[in-house]
Design a protein around this ligand. Structure first.
Ligand SMILES: [Zn+2]
Length: 417
């Protein structure tokens, strides 16, 4: 009796009542089974239109898993009716505690999905003695709900980013909202082609696109083309994070070919285990790393020349004035083109080619945060690392929306999760 009272406090349904409660074996273990019955004279609801119809027949009894209570698994037991709707024909009735053919109650799905945000899906499944698939469906349900109920108003700043997934064979294009205080993942789509981003703009809609003020992106031509076409009024800013990433890729390339040359010449590899040293910014180096760097600086290495060029370029971001920044950029490009560092020269040419978009950074100065896209990118990578068991792109996308989408949840009364 007490269980019914408690259930009526947290989970009350207008057209259904709780019946008897018993303990019985479900799947080999003792579980609480709570019967549910329709109220007298209540009519079943058509799942298509939400209107009541007449009872056509009854289906076999079903169990719907509910939140575990003390150390028992708990189930609702119900005999679903089939409804005869004048418009949609004969259908299994719509129920307030579970959707469609799902045998996990909505409450339990929300509960599992919340835990799946903190733990890996695998761990969540293990702790609550359920399957990975049940956890996946719970997260999917919550994400679908969130995507359908979220508000996309007030999105005026977005960042377009891409990440390599599944050992770099595939890409996922990600669109973030980067407005201060409202950073979230808005959209994701496979690959990084023009048509990928076109799909985003199609779903986002022309009205919202017209309200965009800033779009941060990298120099990827397909993105630039689509942004110019679909949000021509927005200032397309090539952001610091994406540009500095090009520098690091160049330094890495120089280091690799230099190491190869050491081997050919039978020389000692002074760059062994120095990769991160070169990729880190000098002010972020530890004391030990600084000492190690000082030793490297004494050597006449191409990697070090590349490193110094990058460190020099960091000054670019400190400028307050557009014209000074432009002058510095030109000067840096000219100097770099005079070196024999091919990967660095490639960066220089790229910078010159995209100069107007890079200088947009200074036009937008103060309005967009330099760390916004980088911060989101970092969170995406963390989620992917946690993503044990995400075998498909679809899974990964759901996990990313779940963790980074700031999606609204179905209304839910339970605490302690
Ligand atoms: Zn209907």
């Amino acid at each position: 009796m007490l269980i019914k009272t408690l259930l009526n406090k947290v989970e009350r349904y207008k057209s259904f009542v709780y019946g008897s409660v018993c303990v019985m074996l479900v799947g080999g273990t003792e579980a609480l089974v709570i019967d549910i019955e329709p109220r007298c004279n209540s009519r079943p609801i058509c799942p298509e239109c939400g209107k009541p119809g007449t009872i056509y027949d009854r289906q076999p009894q079903r169990l719907y898993e509910y939140l575990p209570l003390w150390s028992f698994k708990a189930f609702f037991r119900y005999v679903p009716r089939r409804v005869k709707c004048p418009e949609h024909g004969v259908k299994v009735e719509s129920l307030p505690w579970a959707y469609g053919k799902e045998r996990t109650t909505i409450s339990y799905q929300v509960f599992l999905a919340r835990w799946a945000k903190r733990l890996s899906w695998q761990e969540t499944a293990r702790i609550f003695e359920t399957s990975w698939d049940t956890v996946f469906r719970a997260v999917q349900f919550v994400v679908d709900y969130g995507l359908a109920h979220r508000s996309l108003e007030d999105v005026t700043e977005i960042g377009v980013d891409e990440v390599a997934v599944f050992r770099g064979h595939k890409y996922l294009t990600l669109v973030y909202q980067v407005n201060a205080g409202a950073r979230r993942l808005l959209w994701s789509g496979p690959e990084r082609k023009a048509k990928t981003l076109l799909q985003f703009f199609k779903e986002f809609g022309p009205e919202r696109s017209a309200k965009l003020q800033f779009v941060c992106s990298d120099m990827w031509a397909a993105y630039l083309k689509v942004i110019a076409k679909k949000a021509p009024q927005a200032l397309n800013v090539l952001d610091r994070f994406h540009i500095m990433r090009k520098f690091n890729e160049a330094i890495d390339e120089i280091r690799r070919s230099e190491v190869k040359q050491f081997k050919v010449d039978g020389q000692q590899n002074v760059l062994e285990r120095k990769r991160w040293l070169l990729l880190k910014r000098s002010e972020n180096l530890s004391e030990k790393q600084t000492a190690s760097m000082r030793e490297l600086l004494k050597l006449n290495l191409a990697s070090i020349k590349g490193y110094l060029l990058r460190e020099d370029f960091q000054r670019f971001w400190e400028y307050q004035r557009y014209d000074f920044a432009e002058k510095f950029l030109e000067n840096w490009v000219t100097r770099t083109l005079q070196t024999d560092l091919e990967p660095m020269k490639k960066v220089a040419k790229m910078l010159r080619k995209h100069k107007p978009l890079i200088l947009n950074w200074f036009k937008a100065k103060g309005a967009i945060s330099s760390g916004a896209v980088e911060g989101m990118n970092l969170k995406v990578k963390l989620t992917m690392r946690k993503a044990y068991g995400f075998r498909t792109l679809k899974c990964l996308q759901i996990a990313l929306y779940h963790e980074l989408g700031k999606l609204p949840e179905p209304e839910y009364l339970h605490r302690f999760c």
